[in-house]
Ligand binder design. Structure first.
Ligand SMILES: Cc1cc2nc3c(=O)[nH]c(=O)nc-3n(C[C@H](O)[C@H](O)[C@H](O)COP(=O)(O)O)c2cc1C
Length: 383
């Protein structure tokens, strides 16, 4: 199992409103990177957001020795050759810890960057874009005249394909056109947090399309998690978030998501319908899966809510339908990374990347009584 945590502004206890948001600057990102690395997460998802992922990830590399960096990009905004060069550089500097998340955004957002292709055509363009990517990553010299890009004599100077492994491609997109591109080009297909049943159906659909191209993918899901010592306390924490969701914030989010061309977003929005019920548990759409976050947050809108046992059981329900990777987050990112990292992560069978230079002494935890042990009594803290 892979468990990633999330790395993107905004953040805070209630990040949908100014008084619930905290400053997210480089100092804070450094704390996040060091915390995720220390806690043993497989990696972090750098989503497209206020800060650009490339300078951010480059600046954070020295603060995270083990974790992987999953970097989102929109196909078509820069030349495929430049993207491949940037990714290869990061792959070299990180000792092979880069993964790329191929995301096709939505028309409103992409228009700001001059990308005005309609929804399905964006995926035709992505198909062409990724074809150039794969050829460059195979060490080829690429001259290719397509419908969207003309690439002339492109070749990466870095030894990708021999000493530098091509960064794996991950992918988010739920439309038919998206699934076809995923099936042809990527290694891991991601979904926002649908129920295990829906996720199982989606996986079957992607699996069948990939098989058509003679390929096999792995699967991941992006969820919030609200974990506390008991189920009751976890639902109290969900109710606290719910209590802070004012009508103005819900209306603002509804306006933002209502005319999107993203099928993934439409699927998330349907889970709550944009209406705040009396009781937060009315949005429990599957045992321990709560759609309340989506009222105020575009994109991933569901949370697993419960005790560590409940959370693990729910993760297992997703594993049972073929999910290997979980991209999780809580609010605030830092505190909840610790909470999940201490309550749940140690109980999971995680593929944890090793540090480039493994620590000499075995890592251990300390309690007050550890320090009373005979062998350690020289370390007593009396102050
Ligand atoms: C796990 C995951 C992460 C995503 N991250 C981003 C992101 O960082 N930036 C973005 O613009 N879209 C992101 N998306 C949204 C996809 O771009 C989205 O599904 C897109 O709107 C494609 O539309 P479609 O579902 O209609 O194919 C993400 C989707 C998933 C499933």
């Amino acid at each position: 199992m892979n468990v990633f945590w999330y790395m993107c502004a905004p953040d805070g206890p209630y990040p949908w409103k100014p008084e619930g948001s905290r400053t997210v600057d480089f100092g804070y990102y450094k704390q996040l990177a060091m915390a995720y690395d220390h806690l043993g997460y497989t990696g972090a998802l750098f989503a497209t957001g206020a800060h650009d992922v490339w300078p951010l990830a480059g600046a954070l590399l020295p603060y995270a020795e083990r974790m992987k960096f999953l970097l989102a990009f929109h196909p078509g905004l820069i030349a495929p050759t430049l993207l491949a060069k940037m990714a290869a550089t990061m792959q070299e500097f990180s000792n092979g810890r880069i993964l790329l998340n191929v995301v096709s955004g939505d028309a409103k957002m992409l228009g700001a960057y001059g990308m005005t292709l309609p929804h399905d055509e964006r995926y035709l363009m992505a198909d062409e874009y990724l074809t150039v990517w794969h050829r460059l990553m195979a060490g080829e010299t690429v001259t290719q005249k397509g419908r969207y890009f003309e690439t002339v004599g492109a070749r990466l100077a870095l030894p990708v394909g021999s000493t530098i492994a091509p960064p794996p491609l991950w992918f988010g997109g739920s439309s038919e056109a998206a699934i076809d591109v995923a099936a042809r080009h990527v290694d891991t297909y991601l979904s926002w947090g649908e129920t295990p049943d829906e996720m199982g159906r989606k996986i079957e659909q992607v699996r069948a399309r990939a098989a058509h191209y003679g390929r096999e993918l792995s699967y991941g899901i992006r969820l919030y998690v609200i974990v506390r010592e008991t189920d009751a306390k976890a639902w109290e924490a969900a109710a606290d978030l719910f209590g802070h969701m004012d009508e103005a914030a819900i209306a603002a989010n509804q306006r933002f998501v209502s005319n999107t061309d993203s099928v993934g977003q439409q699927r998330m929005s349907r889970l709550h319908g944009g209406v705040k019920p009396e009781n937060p548990r009315d949005l429990e759409i599957y045992p321990n899966l709560w759609a309340g976050i989506g009222l105020v947050r575009p994109g991933p809108g569901t949370a697993i809510v419960g005790s560590p046992d409940t959370v693990i059981r729910t993760l297992e329900a997703y594993q049972a339908v073929g999910v290997e990777t979980f991209i999780l987050s809580g609010m605030p990112l830092l505190e909840e990374a610790y909470r999940f990292g201490e309550l749940v992560l140690p109980r999971l069978d995680l593929s944890r990347p090793e540090a480039a230079a493994a620590p000499k002494a075995p890592a251990r935890t300390y309690t007050w009584s550890t320090l009373f042990d005979r062998d350690l009594s020289g370390n007593r803290i009396d102050g």
